[in-house]
Every structure is written in C-alpha cells, then in structure tokens.
Design a protein around this ligand. Structure first.
Ligand code: NAD
Length: 500
C-alpha cells in the first residue's frame, strides 16, 4: 500500500481533507512511494488559528527555556541522523552521505539557536536624558511561515524553523510537496524535545496553500526559498499584504580560474561543486570561466577524465556513488531539453551524458554528466539555471572579462575564484556583486553563525538566512523611553501638587 502523508497539526499527524494529493517518487526507481495531501485554504487557516492561540504562552517563556528545547532537539537530530538521511535520500535521490550533510548543515543552525538568550538581548542607554533611560527589546512577531524547496528538505526547513521558534514565534511550515517526509519527522522530534503543541504546524500543499499563507492576515512574516519566479511572486504578494518577506531564488554560480591557479585543485573543486547532488544545489558551480586560452585548454583536459569517471547511481549503492538521480521525470526532461539547446546553439559538448542509462534502474530519473566548452553568454544554457549535472565553460581572455560575466549575470547567489594571487582575490571579493564568495573554495556556504543570502535575482527582501540576521528577521524591535520622576527616596510630599 502506498503511504499517505498528511499534515502535522497541534502535535500530531492528521489526514488531509482536500481529497487532493501529489505523488512522492523514489527518484532512483521512478516508482511512486507515497502520496502527500495538498491542503485547502480552510485547512491552512485552521492551522494558523490554532498556532495563534498557542503562541503567546510560548513567547512568554523565558528565552533560556525555549533554547533548552533546541538543545534537546540537537541531541535528537544526532540520535536519528541516519534515519532522517535514509528517508531524505529515498525521496530526494541524493547519496546517503550527502543526505547526512543536508541534516548536519541544518542541525548547526539549531546549535546556534541554543544561544538565543544572548541574541535576543536588547540595547540600553543609561541616562539618555535627565532621569531618562532608553532601551530596546526584540519581541516575537506572532505566527510566521516558511515555504521551502525540494533540494534541501532537512537543511532549509531547519534554517527557518530554528530561529523562528526560538525567538518565540509559532511557525507554519509548508515544505516542498516532492519530499515532505523529513519536515514531518522534524516536527515529531521537536515535540519530543518539548515544543508545545501548535507552535510548529506542518501544512503540506501546493500553490493553494501558499496563496492561503500569503493572504492570511494573522501571518506576519514569510521566509521563502525556491526558484526565482516563485520567489518574486511571493515577495510581491506578501509585501502587498503587509507582511515581512525574505525570498531566496535561483542561481547561476560562476567559478573563475586564473592562469596561476593550481589546475588540479580547480578541476577537483569544479567536479565536486558542479556534479555533487546531481547539480541540484543553489550553490552548485554551473559555469567555469578560465582566463586565457592556455588555462582553458589545460582545464578542459583535466576535467574530461574526472567527469567521465563519475559514478552515478542510487543512494542504496553506498559510498561508491558520486551523485544520484534528479528529483522528477520532469526535471530530467527539462535538463535534457536544455542540453539540446546548447548543442543547437553551437556550444561544444565535450562530455555527452545524453544516452546515460543505469542497468536495473532504467525507470529512475538519472542524468549522465555533461560538460560544454566554448559556451557564450547569449546561449540558453548560460542564461538559464539548469539545476542538473551540466557544467558550462565560458572562456575569457582577461580577468576583467571574467569578472564582468559574473557581474552581468542576473543571478547573484554564490561565486568563486581560484588563484594564487592575493591581490586578484582581494579585488574580486571587493568588487563582485554577489552575496557569497569563495577564494579557492568552490561552494562558499557560510557557517551557521554567519548569514546566507544571494544578491540580484537570487534574493528579494532584506536580511539573510541564519546567523544574526535570522534573529532580526523573526523579531521586531520595540524601543522604550522611560523617565521616572523623583520618588520616595526624596522623602514625602505633603502639599498638594500644582503646575509650575
Ligand atoms: P520551486 O520554486 O518550484 O518551489 C519552492 C516552493 O514553492 C515549494 O514549497 C513549492 O510548493 C512552492 N511553489 C511552487 N510553485 C508555486 C506557485 N506557482 N505558487 C506558489 N508556490 C509555489 O523550487 P524547487 O524546484 O522546489 O527548488 C529549486 C529551486 O530553489 C532552484 O531554483 C534553486 O536554485 C532554489 N534554491 C535557492 C536557494 C537559495 O538559498 N537561494 C536554496 C535552495 C534552493
């Protein structure tokens, strides 16, 4: 029997009422392994109403008590790491070790949330005027929402729910309908850690429930991660409805390889960053920009054997596999369609993965690795986020031309430069108009105590995810000016007070 996934409301799993479901696949076999309920507006509104009822008592607890729930949650995540990663791999397709990384990078944000009492301290000015003190406090917003993508089904929900909850909010979590099981498991673990019922409501769904979130007057803030058109839509509609919104979108991350770089190191980095998780990472490197013809020729020479050696397979095959299938048949079709446009528009397909098929897994959504050389900036494979195992090489004559490509692209999530020259690296880091920069580091995902966020069409709204920004996003500041007239310490007043 196919498993049916409902919602997690008021501390327990409940069935969906809409009668509408989405298929959840095992991408390695192509089989439907579960069906997930798609919530109606009424179901969403009821979940919000219950959350709003539960939230004031949670916000009234002292922050140390809320942090203790996070501490327990960290130990439960460690306890169930393998179980979570196994489920994650089976719905997403990424390798088991990569799935553990997905949980781990989320868990690290929960570790930072254990320090919430410190992060939530306000500011204080003693004697701002005669007998006047001024102080600010950070207060929870109330009910907030998180809407998350398929590609990190543990990490991104954890990035959202950890800071939101520890700040004293209740959260409506709307995970991707393609891999909803791990967020449901996270909600169960939080209950076990001591989170009161109703404070985290997992509502599964599609556009209907997202629109219901955007139109619900009780929800104060929306944290979104996904593709750029949807990020823009959510930012727009949330803002129109008076909500705070941070909406992170797609990417096309460039890695510049200078002539003085260690090319073996650069080639290894490119293969990992370009093909890990089948290229389904917002921080994947999808464009290599070698500077100079000689650098480009040597780089391609080093890349080809490395890419041809990649092992593609199901997560069940163990550590031997470099990357797994993509998430759906539609994703596979879209990637292969874009590869065809690359060939038609004149790029050189140096490694051709179009005929890739895995024996015993012919119905799985596997895509072989592709390497394009001599890609130009007017081609669809350059302009579009492919989100698959396809690396494009754009040759640049000079450093200025290379940095110009990265700066002119509409996306601005991550970028990297490989060089041995500190002056070039420094110039690159200073001038580039992209949110996250790696210097000889291909995937510069900031650690949990720094913040994560892209620029240009990779991010709408202000304040980044995790780090200090997250505590600001999920709270609002209240500033109090307080004046105490001289009191009983001056002695009693016996005459009637009169205006002077
Ligand atoms: P997606 O935009 O299709 O879906 C994201 C969320 O939006 C899901 O919860 C989905 O149910 C919802 N959604 C989808 N269509 C909608 C619609 N028409 N109206 C309202 N809601 C809708 O993204 P995805 O395919 O799940 O994830 C991949 C994308 O996410 C890539 O573009 C990737 O670069 C991006 N991403 C960005 C970051 C970042 O931090 N910038 C991180 C991870 C992924």
């Amino acid at each position: 029997m196919t498993e049916v996934i409902g919602h997690f409301i008021n501390g327990e799993r409940v069935e969906g009422k809409s009668g509408r479901f989405a298929d959840v696949y095992n991408p390695a076999t192509g089989e439907v392994q579960a069906k997930v309920a798609l919530a109606t507006k009424d179901e969403l509104d009821a979940a919000v109403a219950a959350a709003a009822k539960a939230q004031p008592a949670w916000a009234a607890q002292n922050p140390q008590k809320r942090a203790r729930v996070m501490m327990k949650f960290v130990s439960l995540l460690n306890r169930d790491m393998d179980k979570l990663a196994e489920k994650l791999s089976s719905e997403h397709g990424k390798t088991f070790v990569d799935a553990k990384g997905d949980v781990q990078r989320g868990l690290e944000v929960i570790e930072v949330c254990c320090g919430a009492p410190h992060m939530l301290k306000g500011e204080f000015t003693d004697s701002a005027g005669p007998g006047i003190d001024m102080y600010s406090m950070r207060q929870a917003l109330g009910v907030v929402a998180g809407i998350t993508p398929f590609n990190f089904p543990a990490m991104i929900p954890l990035w959202k729910l950890g800071p939101a909850l520890v700040c004293g909010n209740a959260m409506i979590m709307k995970p991707s309908e393609r891999d909803p099981s791990v967020p449901m498991m996270l909600a169960e673990l939080l209950k076990e850690a001591g989170l009161p019922d109703g404070i985290l409501q997992v509502v599964n769904g599609d556009k209907e429930s997202v629109d219901a979130i955007l139109d619900n007057d009780t929800i104060q803030a929306v944290g979104f991660v996904g593709s750029t058109p949807i990020a823009h839509y959510i930012y727009h509609r949330a803002a129109e409805n008076g909500k705070r919104a941070q909406c992170f979108g797609g990417a096309k991350n460039h890695m510049i390889i200078m002539p003085d770089a260690d090319l073996d190191q650069a080639a290894d980095a490119l293969v990992g960053a370009g093909f890990g998780a089948a290229g389904e990472r917002c921080m994947a490197i999808s464009v290599a920009v070698p500077v100079g013809e000689e650098t480009a020729d040597k780089l391609i020479e080093k890349l080809v054997p490395r890419i041809e050696k990649l092992k593609v397979g199901p997560y069940t095959a163990g550590d031997d596999v470099d990357y797994g299938p993509v998430v759906t048949a539609a994703a596979k079709e879209n990637i292969l369609r874009l590869v065809e446009t690359g060939v038609e528009q004149g790029a050189e397909l140096v490694v051709d993965g179009r005929d890739f098929s895995l024996q015993g897994y012919e119905n799985g959504f596997f895509v072989g690795p592709h390497l394009f050389d001599k890609v130009t900036t007017d081609m669809d494979i350059y302009k579009t986020e492919i989100f698959g195992p396809v690396l494009s090489c754009v040759r640049a004559k000079t450093y200025e031309e290379a940095i110009g490509h990265a700066m002119d692209h509409e996306y601005g999530n991550g970028t990297a430069i490989f060089t041995r020259d500190g002056d070039t690296a420094r110039d690159f880091a200073n001038r580039i108009n992209i949110g996250m920069v790696g210097i000889n580091v291909p995937i510069p995902v900031p650690l949990a105590y720094h913040t994560f966020g892209g620029w240009k069409k990779s991010g709408f709204g202000d304040l980044n995810q995790h780090g200090p920004d997250a505590f600001k996003f999920y709270t609002r500041t209240k500033t109090v000016t307080s004046r105490w007239p001289s009191g009983i310490k001056e002695g009693g007043e016996f005459s009637i007070p009169v205006m002077e």
